[in-house]
Design a protein around this ligand. Structure first.
Ligand code: TPP
Ligand code: MG
Length: 548
């Protein structure tokens, strides 16, 4: 067999069903022959996003895989890979490389040099007979520790060389392995947590990768501790739960604001505690407990008094046992905590009601997300935002269902990323209604990949919140906009959706929001990709923006 056949066989044995890709690379041919379905994107950046969204939904088992050509294919993938790296998503990238005799020659693009800062693992496959061991290292990087992109560059000549029968093996022994926390750390952390007057749990995406939602719910109920999530961790704690506060990012729900401001002890679980424009700052002076599986996260941006290094699921189980030893059942399910959360939420929602129920004349983005929640139950959907106002409008208000019913992303917040993610999510979870909400500028970045959804058996719903401008840039572009109209954009996106073969509607009447989502859902169920273009107002009020 050739190198590419050996790689396809290994992917098959690891359960890979889809290869997100764009030509020219013979990896596509080998995967197709092995029964792995190629999904051809319209540009590499989105192709990486498809693999990324797929991996987020499967937790990397099986992983999303993306293959592309050397030079322009690898170059155009860069922003997608940067997104996966900054969000720590386990994807496998298989760029073709220049043939060995051309490597290192000016000005050939070199993936090994260029992707070094945005990959967890990176290796060039220099010898066909090394395929098995090179792939073993790549797969190991996907399955263990902090996740991230794993890249194997396959030089075009090596790709077609023979792998000898003796050299090929795949034991299937690369599996997920994780470790518990130091029991002394757990005991100290549990004491601090149990002596808190107002504890808050701050859950990151590590909870989802560790599949630790049940343990998180158990600990929060044991202590009656309210739980917020980060942007990436959104849906790791079911947001319909009575102890759920919602998510805290650059913006936050009224419940996150109220309870975090009052908290004396914050327990981070599966969270990197990263200071970032897309994350909520932790207010000063709190006692911090941090569980992470990556020591680089500790004391990075905050003084952490109580580190708990280990897998979120295993460490939460340890914390549950340690807390139970201290407080027994005395704090379990205190109704007054849930009642306070409910009353703070209701007060906050009533401040926003004029926007969430806005009768027009223009559609208000806050009403779109509110009505969507009435039209589609959260646990029957997977939704994601895009950069810009849509992210900041959706995340405080949307109450997700179980793990991965919301794909929160954006430590690198490349405009347009949501479209690829939601196509990947649909491939991983065809039974869910998969919806990405994007602004008109976001659509401009990647919109032609809506046709990928139409063509590839990934009937998603893309929502374009069209305000004909970049509303989120209002503050940043005042002078140039006054002089040259720099923020404004044009386009008729429903027409584009139709031209690409999808079912599309333009909605201008707020009363039509719910019926439009109901029609979209039926269309998706019949296999049609849908584009809903809402003509919205320029909405630049955000909930508790940078409140801490
Ligand atoms: C690739 C990339 N370039 C630039 C940005 C900066 N950026 C973030 S949002 C935004 C404009 C968003 O406009 P739109 O999608 O129309 O949403 P709106 O705020 O109008 O609702 C820009 C330029 C980015 N996030 N990614
Ligand atoms: Mg806009």
């Amino acid at each position: 067999m050739q190198t590419i056949d050996a790689i396809a066989e290994i992917l098959k044995r690891e359960g890979v069903e889809y290869l997100s890709c764009f030509p020219t690379t013979p990896v596509i041919e080998a995967c197709a022959a092995a029964g792995i379905r190629p999904v051809i994107c319209r540009q590499e950046r989105v192709g990486v996003g498809i693999a990324d969204g797929y991996s987020r939904v499967t937790n990397g088992r099986p992983p999303g895989v993306f293959a592309m050509q050397y030079g322009p294919g690898a170059e155009n993938a860069y922003s997608g890979v940067a997104t996966s790296f900054s969000d720590s998503v386990p994807i496998l990238l298989l760029p073709l490389g220049h043939p060995r005799e051309r490597q290192g020659v000016f000005p050939m693009f070199d993936s090994i040099e260029s992707f070094a800062s945005v990959t967890k693992h990176l290796e060039r496959l220099n010898l066909s007979n090394n395929t098995s061991q090179v792939m073993r290292r790549a797969v190991n990087a996907l399955y263990t520790g902090r996740p991230g992109p794993s890249m194997i560059e396959i030089p075009a000549d090596v790709a077609l060389e023979e792998v000898s029968e003796e050299a090929f093996y795949w034991g299937g022994n690369v599996r997920r392995s994780a470790s518990q926390a130091d029991p002394d750390d757990v005991e100290a952390a549990a004491k601090a947590l149990c002596s808190a007057t107002y504890p808050v749990i701050h859950a990151g995406q590590g909870v989802m990768y560790a599949e630790a939602t049940d343990e998180l719910v158990e600990l929060s109920e044991l202590l009656s501790a309210p739980v917020m999530t980060t942007l990436l961790g959104k849906s790791g704690f079911p947001e319909q739960h009575p102890l759920a506060l919602g998510s805290g990012t650059g913006v936050m729900s009224g419940t996150v604001y109220h309870f975090v401001r009052r908290a004396d002890v914050i327990l981070g679980v599966g969270s990197s505690f990263t200071k970032h424009g897309m994350s909520m700052n932790l207010p000063a002076g709190r006692t911090l407990i941090q569980n992470t599986n990556d020591p680089r996260d500790l004391n990075k941006d905050y003084d952490v008094q109580f580190p708990v290094i280990g897998d979120a699921k295993l460490a939460l189980r340890q914390m549950i046992e340690a807390c139970r030893e201290i407080v027994g059942d005395t704090r379990r399910n205190k109704p007054e905590i849930a009642a306070e959360i409910e009353s703070v939420r209701n007060a906050w929602l009533s401040e926003w009601r004029h926007k969430t129920t806005d009768a027009g004349p223009l559609v208000n983005p806050y009403r779109v997300i509110t009505d969507f929640q009435q039209a589609v139950p959260a646990d029957e959907a997977i939704i994601t935002h895009d950069s810009g106002s849509p992210r900041d409008q959706i995340t405080p208000f949307y109450r997700s269902g179980g793990p991965r019913s919301y794909l929160g992303w954006g430590k690198s917040h490349g405009l347009g990323t949501g479209l690829g993610l939601v196509i990947g999510a649909k491939l991983a979870a065809p039974e869910k209604m998969c919806v990405n909400f994007m602004g008109d500028a976001a659509f401009g970045m990647v919109g032609l990949d809506f046709e990928t959804a139409v063509r590839s058996g990934a009937p998603i719903t893309t929502v374009v919140l069209n305000n004909s401008t970049m509303a989120v840039e209002t503050g940043a572009m005042e002078r140039s906009h006054n002089l040259y109209n720099t923020r404004d954009l044009g386009g008729n996106y429903a027409d584009m959706g139709r031209a690409m073969g999808g079912y599309a509607e333009r909605i201008t009447d707020p009363a039509e929001i719910i019926p439009a989502f109901q029609r979209a859902r039926r269309q998706n169920e019949e296999g049609n990709a849908v584009l809903l273009e809402f003509i919205t107002n320029e909405e630049i009020d955000y909930s508790h923006k940078r409140a801490f």
